[in-house]
Design a protein around this ligand. Structure first.
Ligand code: ACO
Length: 157
């Protein structure tokens, strides 16, 4: 297995993994937009034949003029079932977080996760140190609540 920066030609494989692993799916344009706009923040894991077995799709939210509010956001992450519990999601998240800090000087990273998604909450909270910042009632299309999770990032200066 190899983990590397995502490229535009990976988008079909990333979208396919997303369709298999999650009910939240996005138009191909959104995948391409992220990779073109924030080319250092999204990563893929590939098997020995170069097939995409996991990805993280991330962006920078910088709508506010307040530079203290520049932050990264994880749009989507998943790993194919037979490759889980090998540390791939941890690696994908860490690489994206490092790039958010070193390239964009992001102060923190945020994400939404289904309140019942124990595996993902375990990854974010226990392994990476995220905390639950808020709950958004009925955030998902089927009415499930989302936890808004957040992790402060360490900047050098
Ligand atoms: N139960 C409890 N804790 C878990 C589980 C699980 N099933 N899976 C991972 N973790 C936690 C553990 O703390 C684990 O450390 P450990 O193995 O040393 O105990 C830690 O996360 C790191 O695990 P990884 O091996 O890096 O995680 P993996 O590569 O298996 O991917 C993921 C985790 C992405 C949640 C995977 O289960 C998956 O693809 N699930 C379906 C898609 C999904 O739910 N994605 C997240 C949606 S939220 C969003 O996209 C922003």
């Amino acid at each position: 297995m190899n983990v590397r920066l995502a490229r535009a030609e990976d988008v079909a494989g990333m979208q396919q993994a997303n369709l298999v692993n999650l009910p939240e799916n996005y138009h191909i344009r959104l995948w391409i937009y992220h990779i073109i706009t924030w080319p250092q923040l999204s990563f893929v894991a590939e098997d020995s034949k170069g097939r995409i077995i996991g990805y993280v799709l991330a962006k920078i939210d910088e709508e506010s003029e307040d530079t203290s509010d520049i932050h990264g956001h994880i749009n989507s992450i998943s790993v194919m079932r037979s490759y889980r519990r090998l540390g791939l999601a941890k690696k994908l998240m860490q690489l994206s977080q490092e790039a958010m800090t070193s390239i964009h000087k992001a102060k923190y990273v945020s994400l939404h996760v289904r309140a019942t998604n124990k595996a993902a909450i375990g990854l974010y909270k226990d392994t990476l140190g995220f905390q639950i910042a808020d709950t958004e009632k009925g955030y998902y299309a089927d009415g499930e609540d989302a936890y808004v999770m957040r992790l402060n990032l360490k900047n050098e200066s």
